[in-house]
Design a protein around this ligand. Sequence first.
Ligand SMILES: [Zn+2]
Length: 117
Amino acid sequence: MPEMDKAQLIELLDFPRKRILQSMELNACPHAGFFNSSDEQCLNCYQGMECTWMNHNDELIAVEEKSVKEIKQQLLIAVDFIDSNLTPHHLSRRNCECDNCSWLRKTQELLAIEYSD
Ligand SMILES: [Zn+2]
């Protein structure tokens, strides 16, 4: 059931989308968060990773038209982001039930499954 799997992956993009958006300081961005690859300011921006990710996975973008492989790549980046923003407190707790840790566990489980496109 590859389509079912894809829907699950797309659903998982929701959480990091909110988290990354929260972490971004859009007031400091001259493009209001729209990545502009021809602008040097964008290329050297300290929010570059978050911004590029958002521009790839925004709700306005038809993620369902992407391949499972692409979505998984974006989820991997998101896992890194969420993971690096967790305090050691979460990591030391085996079964932390907070939104971050639950999302990480669920996503890592799904990413471990091999899908065919
Ligand atoms: Zn936690």
